[in-house]
Each structure stands twice: as C-alpha cells, then as structure tokens.
Design a binder for this molecule. Structure first.
Ligand SMILES: Cc1cc2nc3c(=O)[nH]c(=O)nc-3n(C[C@H](O)[C@H](O)[C@H](O)COP(=O)(O)OP(=O)(O)OC[C@H]3O[C@@H](n4cnc5c(N)ncnc54)[C@H](O)[C@@H]3O)c2cc1C
Length: 464
C-alpha cells in the first residue's frame, strides 16, 4: 500500500458508501469509512425506511373504515402518534446497528466523524490530529433538503424534522409536489391531519406520466387534501401556535406546520473537493463518468451526491459497479435506464420506462392502452376509487416502453413488470401471458383495445 493508510476511504456511510465499503473490503482492500451522522444514511435513518413505516401506519385508517363492510366491528379505536413514531425509531436503531456490524464484520474501519478532503489522497477527520491518506477516495455524501429563499423560511421544517415530531399538528402546508411532498401529504392526511399542498407548477409530480399526475391529484383531492397548483409562496409569518402562509397572488392560509419539499441538493459544500480539483456540476453535484469516476483519477462518487437518479437502489448499484471496477478488475459501467420507481402516496404510484409524453418527445409513434376500474376490494365498502393502468407501446416494434399504475400495490406490480421491460417485452407477449385471477394485476395482460382520445362534441369548447 506504500505511503497510504487505506486502499479506499469512503466519505459517507449511506446506501452507496456502505455497499461500496463492504464490497471493497470483502475483495481484500483495506477500507476506512467516515460518517458524520448515523450509519445507514438517508434511506435507513430519515428516508425510505421510516417513511414506508409511516405509510403503513397511515393506511390503517382506510382499512379500518372499510372493515365493517367485511363483517368486522370495533369500538374505541384511537391513533397514538408517539407509539407509531417510537416504534419507527426502534426499527431505525436496529437497522443502524445492523449496518454498522456488517461493515465491521467485513473489516472496515468505521469512523463516526465528519471527513473532508485536503488533497486528492488526504482526508481530514474532524476531531483527529493526523489526516489519513488513501489510494482511492469515494465520495458518497448524499444530499439534503433544499429550502426556498423567502421571508420566514426559518419556520419551515423538512422531511428530516417530520421523523422527529413529538405530536402531530392539526394542519400542515407542504410546499412542493414531488414524490416526497406527495408521500408526506398522504401520510399526514391518513393520520387525520388537514393537509394543503402548495405547488407553483401546473400539476403535481413533474416528469411523471400525465395520466398518473392527473389521477393522483384527483384522488387525493377526493380524500380531502387541498392541492393548490400554480401557487407561489411569498412569505411565512408566525401566527398563534402556527403560521400564516402568504401567496404571491395575495391570498393566504393558516397551518400548524409548514414543510419544504421542493427537492434535494448534493452534499458537497465544505467537503474540500476544490483542494483536490474535483469538478462540480451546475447544482454542486460531483460530475462523474459511466464508471462513477470524477474529474480526478483516484476520486470516485456514487449516489445522490452525483445527482444522477436519486434513489437507494441506484446508489447501491453504482457502488457495486464501482467496487467491481476498481477492486475486482471488472470495469462495470452503470446502466441508468428502465429504473422502476414508486410514489407511496394514497393511492400509490408505480412506474417504469417512458411516460407517454417522454416517448412522444423522443420521436416514438405510440399506441396507448389504458384500463380504469374499481378494484374488487373496494366493492363491498362501496369505495368509489378507481385503479389506473397504462401501457405505452412503440407502434413500429410493438415494444412496451412504459408501464404506469395508480392504485393499491402499484409499486409491487411495477417491480415485476420492470423485469419484462428490461428484457424488451412486446405488447403481444403481454397479451400471450395468462392472467392471474382474481387480481388487479391481471388487467395488465388483458388490455386489448388501444385507447383513443375522446372525439370532441361539435359546439363544445374542446371542438373549438
Ligand atoms: C424522505 C425521503 C424518502 C425517500 N424515499 C425513497 C424511497 O422510497 N425509495 C428510494 O429508492 N429512495 C428514497 N429516497 C432517496 C434515498 O434515500 C437516497 O437516494 C439514498 O439514501 C442515497 O444514498 P447515498 O448513499 O447517495 O446517500 P445517503 O444515504 O444520503 O448517505 C450519505 C451519508 O453521508 C453522510 N455525510 C455527508 N457528508 C459527510 C462528511 N463530510 N463526512 C462524513 N459523513 C458525511 C451523511 O450523514 C449520510 O449518512 C428518499 C429520500 C428521502 C429524503
């Protein structure tokens, strides 16, 4: 190893850093990893895992409301936030311990401190006198919630604080309508909080398929969520026990809490990357090539800090490819196509491949297949909620370019559909697949008729 303390030093023990550190150590490298907060990173400590547990918790309200139609009766049910959040924290603690033990078992030096770069091989660890030197450095520092610049921004909480609330507010205004905003809107609404979503764009969930965006907005409004699009924030004032949120067009609303969910920014500030000559992109992300190598030969970066596709499985995939490339002599580029993704809102979204809009923009001539129906489990309770399934198919090749689902278990279905999409499945192969009955998923393979846009009625606005 010559003058180096480590073959690999990883900054950040989140999804990407933990995977890369463990794999490199298992391949024989001497590895150190620094973590300034808690091992496990965003996903485990204040992202996917605690959020999904809260999603499960919030969905009991609808199940309990439907239960009498299936013969169940109950009395005196009540919801207790401290019990739910306490149990979530216990699970997060368990996972935090498990991740730490996994690293230690692989022989990784786990250092619970902030680390920064002094030059391309030297890492300064806060609280230690001597820096360490590493042959290869991996930046896996993730990201943090962006806060809008406006008067009263100091009153905003973010997803981080949502996991620390001691009690639920009576009402919350969520600024931003990306997947994190919509998920927390559904969590809070499910737990009985009055929710408003404030978004300056035309429709929630920018970049998702248009039918999913419209369908989710309509369904959440039916659930009582107050979604205000084309609405820009002006300022936030303290008011009583809560806040008054003022909009640029002159109106305002009162909310017990105001949450910023306008996106996330890469954690590169103060990291010393400039001392090593690492190139950063327009929003501060580390610019990398297909092998996750930065502009400096021995410095790599994976996960949210590179702002490619900011999801846990992607960070893990990039980390695995990095370890194979650098420590197993198998150059492995990362393929960022066909990534299934979910929005754990109520109703849920699962989506993979191209949206109809993307497919058309890319020049595909597409056939659209859509099914909108009431899932069987809603029939007895008389729930008027529809499931939406949509296939985007390339007309020339018959290849399925996108699968988009809104409704119960959408995420689970889309994970499986993603395998087929990856293998280049055609619509004819969907049709040749035997349906599984009775299930909602069977609709995916029984959509026979192409969707045609409604013909405008003469004299109506649409026909004008
Ligand atoms: C509320 C929320 C919900 C989400 N839900 C999902 C989901 O359902 N599915 C999904 O796939 N993804 C989800 N994500 C995204 C997912 O959490 C991230 O994509 C993933 O965690 C990225 O992993 P990473 O390794 O790049 O960074 P992180 O997991 O963020 O890890 C980075 C680590 O680096 C540490 N660090 C930063 N700077 C330093 C430093 N200088 N020294 C030492 N340590 C440092 C941080 O403390 C952190 O622990 C969610 C995110 C949020 C916020």
């Amino acid at each position: 190893m010559g003058s180096f303390d480590y073959d690999l030093f990883v900054i950040g023990a989140g999804s990407g850093g933990v995977r890369a550190g463990r794999l490199a150590a298992e391949l024989g490298a001497k590895v150190g990893i620094a973590e300034e907060y808690r091992v496990g990173g965003t996903c485990v400590i204040r992202g996917c895992v605690p959020k999904k547990l809260l999603v499960y918790g919030s969905r009991y309200a609808a199940s309990l409301a439907d239960a009498p139609a299936f013969g169940w009766s109950y009395e005196a049910l009540r919801f207790d936030w401290p019990t739910l959040i306490g149990n979530v924290h216990r699970e997060v603690d368990r996972l935090n311990g498990a991740y730490t033990r996994t690293l230690e078992k692989a022989g990784v030096d786990v250092i619970l401190a902030r680390a920064t770069l002094e030059d391309r091989h030297t890492v300064r660890i806060v609280g230690r006198d001597a820096p360490v030197r590493a042959k290869t450095i991996l930046i896996a520092t993730g990201g943090h919630p962006a806060i809008p610049e406006l008067p009263g921004a100091e009153h905003l909480i973010t997803s981080n604080e949502c996991f620390k609330l001691e009690r639920l507010p009576e009402s919350i205004a969520i600024v931003g309508a990306g997947y994190i905003g919509m998920e927390f809107a559904s969590i809070f609404a499910g737990l009985g909080v009055k929710v408003s979503v404030i978004y300056r764009g035309e429709q929630i969930l920018r970049d998702f398929d248009g039918d999913l965006r419209d369908g989710l907005a309509a369904a959440m409004r039916r659930h009582g969520v107050d979604i205000r699009v084309n609405t820009e924030l002006e300022r936030i004032d303290k008011e009583g026990n809560g806040f008054r949120v003022h909009f640029k067009r002159g109106d305002s609303l009162h909310a017990g809490l105001v949450m910023a969910a306008i996106g996330r920014l890469p954690n590169t500030a103060g990291l010393g990357l400039q001392h090593a000559g690492v190139e950063l992109g327009w929003n501060g992300h580390v610019v990398v090539d297909d092998y996750s190598r930065s502009s400096v030969e021995n410095i790599y970066a994976v996960g949210d800090v590179t702002d490619r596709v900011n999801l846990t499985p992607v960070a893990i995939h990039e980390a695995t490819a990095f370890s194979e490339t650098v420590f197993n002599d198998k150059p492995t580029p990362v393929d960022h196509t066909t990534i299934p993704t979910a929005v754990f809102s109520d109703p849920e979204i699962g989506t993979v491949g191209l949206s109809e809009e993307e497919a058309r923009e890319m020049g595909h001539v597409v056939d659209i297949y859509k099914a909108s129906f009431r899932p069987m489990k809603y029939t007895l309770p008389g729930r008027e909620e529809k499931m939406l399934m949509k296939l985007v198919v390339d007309m020339d090749s018959d290849r399925v370019l996108g699968v988009h689902i809104l409704g119960p278990d959408a995420a689970e279905m889309v994970q499986v559909a993603a395998i087929a999409l990856r293998l280049g499945v055609t619509k004819a192969q969907f049709d040749a697949t035997m349906p599984l009955h009775p299930s909602v998923a069977e609709e995916l393979v029984t959509m026979r008729h192409k969707w045609e846009p409604p013909v405008p009625v003469a004299g109506s606005d649409a026909a004008a």
